[in-house]
Write a protein that binds this ligand. Structure first.
Ligand code: SF4
Length: 368
């Protein structure tokens, strides 16, 4: 029975993938509704290879920064944001941030800064430009992947500038690319439920479209595992695919599993996504997004054992070493980083793949 079911739902998908044909909305639903997890993984891996994928698995050495957690938006799924009056609210000056980043870089040697923030209404656009310029001057070899589309849009309301003008100033100051946050789920129904204060998806797309046309690459995401339906997941991924057809500037897609801790959803009894759903989402992403070259299994979120399995479900990137100097401080130098890289390398190798350290733009820096 299970075999018959598999043949009837996934069989046509296999034919399409082998023929290099694009999957459609019904195919997307068939993938998400299938419980044949191993066949989905095998199909996703096939799709990855048919489209030119190799055995290489990428990771990057990066530093995560959040300059302010003060945010006006109040998304219901967010456990990070604060109002200015709350005790845990903070805003780090450009000087402090740069000092910290330079110290971290000396200790760990990262090649990328990934920075996202709250939409703080109490600081001006100049604050962001100063931050990027100071970081670029202090760390000229480090790629600055900073500010979600939502933050870029927030900067237009702070400054009165257009998306293009904001991006131009930031690019001239040293911005290299944009992370993919703020996408959540594009369907209006879901946005109204989980992030009613967030900008309309058309704005998210306009920022990415503008960035791509200006030569600024970006990333894209989906926050799944809350109130969205399978149809809304498929709709989300098809909208991203259409954007990539238009401008081709997405470097990677990162499916982000919803974490209910410390949100209103936790009080309502929401639970974490399961491993099966996470793997299915990776396979679904790889199968549907035929024009985005890299799909990330974010090991910090999934755990390395699950990320290892994900490498057989269409993922070809495990994101990277995310660390702070304080963690590995005592040993000095790069010991901590090397230990973490060693673990990543071991996991990737034992999954039967070739570990490759990359820069943000997927240029190879080192391989094992
Ligand atoms: S905009 Fe970002 S920081 Fe602000 S509440 Fe929403 S998810 Fe949190």
């Amino acid at each position: 029975m299970a075999l018959l079911e598999q043949a009837s739902t996934l069989g046509p998908l296999r034919e399409k993938i082998e023929a290099g044909e694009r999957l459609d909305l019904e195919d997307g639903l068939a993938i998400l509704e299938s419980d044949d997890l191993l066949s989905l993984g095998e199909l996703a891996d096939l799709a990855r290879r048919v489209r030119g994928g190799t055995d290489e698995v990428y990771f990057v050495q990066n530093l995560y920064l959040n300059q302010t957690n003060v945010c006006r938006v109040k998304c219901k799924f967010c456990a990070f944001a604060a109002t200015r009056k709350q005790e845990h609210a903070y805003t780090i000056t450009p000087e402090e941030l740069v000092r910290d980043a330079v110290e971290q870089c000396a200790a760990t040697g990262f090649t990328e800064i990934h920075m996202v923030n709250g939409e703080n209404p109490h600081i001006g656009f100049d604050f962001y430009v100063d931050t990027i310029r100071s970081l670029a001057q202090a760390l000229p070899d480090v790629h600055l992947k900073c500010y979600t589309a939502s933050e870029i849009h927030h900067m237009t309301t702070l400054s009165g500038l257009t998306h293009e003008e904001v991006l131009r100033e930031l690019k001239d100051a040293g911005l290299g690319s944009l992370p993919g946050g703020g996408a959540e789920i594009f369907a209006d129904r879901v946005r109204a439920l989980i992030a009613p204060g967030k900008e309309h998806p058309e704005i998210w797309f306009h920022v990415h479209d503008t960035a791509h046309r200006m030569g600024i690459p970006t990333h894209c995401t989906m926050l799944y595992g809350h109130v969205e339906t399978y149809e809304e997941r498929v709709d989300h991924i098809l909208r991203l695919r259409e954007q990539q057809d238009r401008t081709g500037g997405f470097l990677a897609f990162i499916p982000l599993a919803f974490h209910p801790e410390n949100t209103v959803f936790e009080r309502r009894g929401w639970r974490h996504t399961t491993g099966a759903d996470d793997l299915k989402m990776l396979a679904f992403s790889r199968l549907m997004l035929d024009n985005v070259p890299n799909i990330k299994a974010y090991w910090i979120m999934m755990g390395m054992p699950m990320a290892q399995v994900a490498l057989h479900f269409g993922a070809n990137d495990v994101q990277g070493t995310v660390m702070r100097e304080t963690i590995f401080h005592a040993a000095g130098a790069r010991t901590g980083t090397e230990q973490q890289i060693g673990e990543l390398v071991r996991f990737v190798r034992e999954a039967g793949r070739i570990p490759v350290q990359r820069d943000t733009l997927y240029n190879e820096l080192r391989r094992w």
